[in-house]
Design a protein around this ligand. Structure first.
Ligand code: 5AD
Ligand code: SF4
Length: 449
């Protein structure tokens, strides 16, 4: 069987798709382009209005392929699947499988049964009481990309119920994974050549605060993963400011391979709005965390998520967000206009912000962010660093190929070098020569290793 996966949304979805690819390849299935696939799998996101709309237009587009052959079918996974569930069967007759975030563990077998005609339609939508452990695929190449960067799930779901957020409904309650299973997977990946690991969860800082986790804290887990042979770079995402422990902040100064970057969603810069959002921290606490992080690791690069136009946000509240963005000096941020999501508390909050006003705020915020990003990148000129090469970039620099990689903080660095097969996944010593709008240019100063 030939399959094609399209992925929307967060890194968790990207990783889920990698795992599904590996599990299907281990069953002898083959990843294929859109035109050749017999099974279309859509891994979906419903966190905001826009990504959800993209899913429906993509399903409409895929329907054209499905008409080609009556044995061709589609499967929908991820957050929209969890939300709409069997509703997909009525609206899209070619959808034969829907699976949610816990149900994905059973998706490879279900796809096989459907492909063999043993099942017609399958819905895997139940939430499990514990972390739904998945089979370890025999063929791991989809989990171990050429760039030698890999993701590892450490938990599933979220208990926070922030007023705007659909995730607790689509991904269920928080369930930490057993630390031994996490470490075993990390060791397996490192043994297969992985040198950068990103630990994934909706709220990694509360790892172990539920019944899973076997008494190990997130800081303890970080220390154990960092000690695995071959792990040159360690990252984690996503963090919630209310749960970040002093030990995790300290780890940035203690664990050499823990990368100097942290994505710490702030969402808003006004205490009033943070309270309405049910974030359970205030600006003072957020700034104290930032101070702690910068004392532990002065070169740490901070990035964030921001929402503008949350119900009740006034011009003054919004200005406080602008102030905070400047004060913290985020290197970059993802910013979004608030959108109502089905079932979340903010749907009933008033007054809603006029959409044009929200669009204008978003533009002002993004203009400010671009200026700060530029300043942060300029400061990097002259710095000596190591770049983990990901591949060739589209830019071409005379006779030399332009390689693209990331510095330890995750900044994109372009480096002109001879074309050499096998440079992806190598660490190259580089001096930063120039700052562009969203990336850096550098020169190689030593041998790749
Ligand atoms: N409207 C706008 N942005 C949202 N996010 C989550 N829910 C909403 C919503 N209803 C943003 C938050 C979160 C990021 C993944 O998406 O900033 O951190
Ligand atoms: Fe989208 Fe959030 Fe679900 Fe990830 S967890 S797929 S970002 S809704």
């Amino acid at each position: 069987m030939k399959f094609h996966i399209t992925t929307f949304g967060c890194q968790m979805n990207v990783h889920d798709s990698q795992w599904l690819t590996a599990a299907l390849e281990s069953r002898g299935w083959e990843a294929a382009g859109e035109d050749d696939a017999q099974v279309y799998i859509l891994n979906t996101c419903s966190v905001r209005d826009k990504p959800e709309q993209k899913v429906y237009s993509e399903l409409g587009r895929v329907a054209a392929h499905l008409k080609r052959d009556e044995n061709v079918f589609a499967a929908v996974g991820g957050c929209v699947a969890q939300q709409v569930g069997e509703g997909f069967f009525d609206r899209f007759p070619h959808v034969k499988l829907v699976f949610g975030s816990d149900g994905i563990a059973g998706a490879p077998n279900a796809l096989e049964r459907i492909a063999r005609g043993r099942d017609d339609r399958v819905a895997l939508l139940d939430f499990m009481p514990k972390f739904a452990e998945r089979e370890q695929p025999e063929k791991v190449s989809a989990l171990v990309p050429e760039t030698r960067q890999a993701f590892v799930n450490i938990m599933q779901g979220c208990d926070n119920f922030c007023a705007y957020c659909i995730v607790p409904y689509t991904r269920g309650r928080q369930k930490s994974r057993h630390p031994e299973a996490i470490l075993e997977e990390c060791r397996m990946l490192a043994g297969n050549g992985v040198r950068e690991i990103t630990l994934l969860g909706q709220n990694v800082n509360s790892f172990g605060l539920d019944k899973g986790g076997a008494g190990v804290t997130f800081a303890g887990l970080l220390t154990s993963v960092a000690a695995i042979d071959g792990v040159d770079r360690l990252r984690f995402t996503t963090s919630h400011p209310k749960d970040i422990a002093p030990e995790v902040i300290a780890a940035f100064g203690e664990l050499e391979n823990l990368c100097p970057s942290l994505h710490l969603p702030m969402q808003a810069g006004s205490d009033k709005v943070l309270k309405a959002m049910r974030r359970r921290y205030d600006i003072e606490r957020y700034l104290a965390i930032v101070d702690g992080l910068r004392s532990a690791r002065p070169d740490i690069s901070l990035t964030t998520d921001l929402i503008v136009g949350f119900p009740g946000e006034t011009e003054e509240d919004f200005r406080q967000t602008l102030d905070m963005v400047e004060r913290v000096g985020f290197e970059s941020s993802f910013s979004f206009k608030y959108s109502d999501r089905p079932g979340v508390a903010a749907v009933n909050m008033e007054p809603k912000v006029d959409p044009e006003e929200a669009a204008e705020r978003l533009l002002r915020l993004q203009t400010l962010q671009n200026n700060i990003t530029r300043k942060c990148l300029k400061k990097m000129v002259g710095v000596q660093t190591d770049v983990l090469m990901e591949g060739l970039s589209r830019m071409q620099d005379g006779p030399l190929a332009s390689w693209k990689g990331r510095d330890p903080a995750g900044r994109i660095v372009n480096v002109p070098m001879e074309f050499e097969a096998g440079l992806a996944g190598m660490l190259v010593p580089v001096k930063i020569m120039e700052a562009k709008k969203h990336s850096l240019n550098g020169e190689r100063t030593g041998e790749p290793w």
